[in-house]
Design a protein around this ligand. Structure first.
Ligand code: CU
Length: 177
């Protein structure tokens, strides 16, 4: 009975060890700077997410916050240059490309804590019909890692428990024979 208790404690320790690492992981999202638009232009991310803009076009582009929060400066065309910004506070952050704002090269990052309600709010705030599908992809991307990490933690805990049971059974057999 004491062995089972120790086993349960061990599993709990394993879960406590793995789970926070999976949950606290900062997520990363990439937005491409094309000629002349952002792909994806409207994304929804969780607080603590780092968004990296990658120069994927031949024209020079910038990612510039309308609120003055960030400004990449001109990133040369064909350079593959990048610019990153980490979003901590929930809210909506609009940005544009300095040379191509008039051509509609604008985008937004919505930072939202909610996972279940994120989809309806994102659709409600988006005015263009085309915004619906990129937002859905972004949600799928950001939703993936924590679930899989949690699964790994669960599998690790389960395998540890199974290993313990096998060891216990072997020990019992040894003592009875
Ligand atoms: Cu541009």
């Amino acid at each position: 009975m004491r062995r089972l208790l120790q086993l349960a404690m061990l599993s709990l320790v394993a879960l406590l060890f793995f789970a926070p690492a999976a949950w606290s992981q900062g997520q990363e999202v990439t937005v491409r700077m094309e000629d002349n638009f952002f792909d994806q232009a409207n994304i929804t991310v969780k607080p603590g997410t780092t968004v990296t803009w990658v120069q994927s076009g031949n024209n020079p582009h910038t990612t510039t916050s309308y609120d003055g929060l960030w400004d990449s400066g001109m990133i040369e065309g064909g350079s593959g240059g990048t610019f990153s910004y980490t979003f901590e506070e929930p809210g909506r952050y609009d940005y544009f490309c300095i040379p191509h704002e008039s051509l509609g090269m604008i985008g937004s990052v919505t930072v939202s804590d909610a996972t279940a309600t994120a989809s309806p709010t994102a659709t409600a705030t988006g005015t263009a019909t085309a915004a619906a599908s990129p937002t859905a992809t972004a949600l799928a991307d950001t939703g993936g890692p924590p679930v899989s990490s949690l699964l790994i933690a669960l599998v690790a805990t389960l395998s540890l428990a199974v290993y313990g049971v096998i060891a216990l059974t072997l020990l019992r057999r040894h003592s009875t024979s």
